[in-house]
Design a protein around this ligand. Structure first.
Ligand code: GLN
Length: 496
């Protein structure tokens, strides 16, 4: 019998729908894979085996009763530990939430379960999604399945590693500054950040509310589109949710790029990029041109200021959002010996519960928002954000999508940037503009860098509410590259 863990989600869904395997068998195969490899990867913080098997049994029962189920029914998924799931430990990679079990389900979780997708467990992440390597998790790092001495990217590194290592065909991450696309790029996966408001944030623990967006991590473009269709759509429980139907995404995957106008972002080419990133990116652009796309260079001059603007806006919002972790409401409580004041307990809890990067951001954000500095820092950053949105608007008058490398380098070594926040922040140089604008963006594999044999990601950016365009481009590129040299991830994950 075929190894169920090696199939794409779409194929596995087909196998289950045709009765060639049950949802329980598919779930068990992936739980076995987790048991076999996760001690070397550390992708999961919590595996919900019983709950997952129960969900799979109910999919099999619904199907046996003649119910028509969607294309992903019975397919297992790895969920970033930033979503609440009733009764299941949710830590956000932080000590401060140790022991907390949420009393409700995130909308994303409800939609997944409604579609019969089987949630296997919660995956590791940088604490409160702050980081680019998953090294900021209070529970220890996750390792890249391509090379175990390298990072899987972050902050959604656990979900990315799980999907790349065949522990699950589907993963969910969140992207505030690049945390879906960057791990996708360095793990050889497809990762999509939907238009802001396209996927509900209800039950997604907030880092930076005006930027946070959930999306798929998968091994194929079609799988990403199918998962996006399941989790997307209006939610009255999220006041920033877009009240419009989800565009036809899976249908866009095979549409080709003939006549599509593609703009290469001038600011994201040149010297700061690893040689293999540059060569694979240039090759992918040439492939799209050979498929009938019109390629031009486009300048977005304010993209150079996206990173500094982000590192004022995101910490400002986080300093406010994380105020709720006070030792009173959730998880950890320190120093409550019956004599300490409320303030002393809060201070002791936050000192013990938050890691260094989270503290750095809370302090930075509190400073940027304080009276006297607000206009100089936060206010300026918001003005830069507007200029970046205008760059996108101007570019999208002459092109349909923008493209760039997803990251300047391939996966870096564990520890290499851990003590150098600025070097770490650079991993998101190319991904941050789309978060600031609210537009859609995706990373699709475009080959391995010749110098280290590690995956390179190709980023496609589309206007807000035109998410289907990024699936069109990624689908065409994937089909052509797979035809030429095979899919990089359909074999064994190289390091396991
Ligand atoms: N690496 C960026 C940061 O540390 C982005 C994180 C994210 O997208 N959640 O803030």
């Amino acid at each position: 019998m075929t190894d169920l863990t090696r199939l794409s989600a779409a194929d596995l869904g087909g196998v289950i729908a045709r009765g060639e395997a049950s949802a329980v068998e598919a779930t068990s195969a992936h739980l076995d894979r987790i048991a076999a490899v996760d001690d070397r990867l550390h992708a999961f913080l919590h595996v919900s085996a019983e709950r997952a098997l129960g969900c799979a049994r109910s999919v099999d029962a619904r199907r046996a009763a003649g119910e028509r189920l969607g294309p992903l029914a019975g397919v297992p998924l790895a969920l970033k530990d930033v979503f609440v799931q009733r009764g299941v430990p949710t830590t956000c990679g932080s000590r401060i939430l140790d022991g907390w079990r949420p009393p409700y389900d995130a909308t994303v979780v409800r939609r997944l379960e409604g579609a019969g997708v089987v949630v296997l467990g919660k995956t590791n992440m940088d604490e409160f999604a702050m980081g680019s390597s998953t090294e900021n998790s209070a529970y220890g790092p996750t390792f890249n399945p391509w090379a175990l001495d390298r990072v899987p990217g972050g902050s959604s590194g656990g979900s990315a590693a799980a999907v790349a290592a065949f522990e699950a065909p589907l993963g969910i991450g969140t992207d505030t500054g690049g945390s879906i696309r960057q791990p996708a790029a360095v793990c050889g996966l497809v990762g999509a950040k939907p238009t802001y408001g396209g996927v509900s944030r209800y039950g997604l623990v907030a880092f930076s509310s005006s930027l946070d967006q959930a999306g798929p991590l998968t091994r194929t473009v079609l799988d990403a589109a199918l998962l996006h269709e399941v989790i997307g759509g209006h939610d009255p429980l999220d006041s920033t949710s877009i009240d419009a139907p989800v565009p036809a995404l899976s249908a866009a995957v095979g549409q080709g790029v003939d006549g599509l106008r593609i703009g290469v972002v001038r600011e994201f080419t040149g010297d700061g990029y690893a040689p293999g990133v540059r060569s694979r990116f240039a090759e992918a652009v040439a492939v799209l041109e050979s498929l009938g796309a019109e390629v031009v260079e486009v300048s977005c001059p304010h993209f150079d200021y996206a990173l500094p603007a982000y590192y004022l806006i995101a910490p400002s919002e986080c300093s406010s959002n994380l105020a709720r972790f006070d030792g009173m409401r959730y998880g950890l409580r320190q120093g409550d010996d019956g004599t300490a004041s409320v303030e002393e307990v809060m201070a002791a809890t936050r000192a013990a519960g938050f890691g260094a990067e989270v503290k750095r951001r809370i302090i930075l954000g509190t400073y940027a928002l304080s009276s006297g500095y607000y206009d100089a820092y936060y206010g300026q950053a918001q003005k830069v954000r507007t200029l970046i949105i205008r760059d996108f608007d101007a570019a999208f008058e002459s092109v349909d999508v923008l493209v760039s490398p997803t990251t300047p380098t391939t996966a870096f070594r564990i520890g290499e940037r851990a003590d150098d926040p600025l070097a770490m922040y650079l991993a998101d140089l190319c991904t941050i503009p789309s978060d600031l604008s609210g537009g859609a963006a995706l990373s699709v594999p475009c080959g391995l860098a010749p110098e280290d044999g590690l995956p390179v990601g190709f980023q496609v950016m589309a206007p807000a509410m035109a998410d289907e365009r990024m699936y069109r481009v990624a689908g065409a590129l994937e089909a052509e590259l797979d035809g030429r040299r095979g899919h990089p991830l359909l074999e064994e994950a190289p390091a396991l």
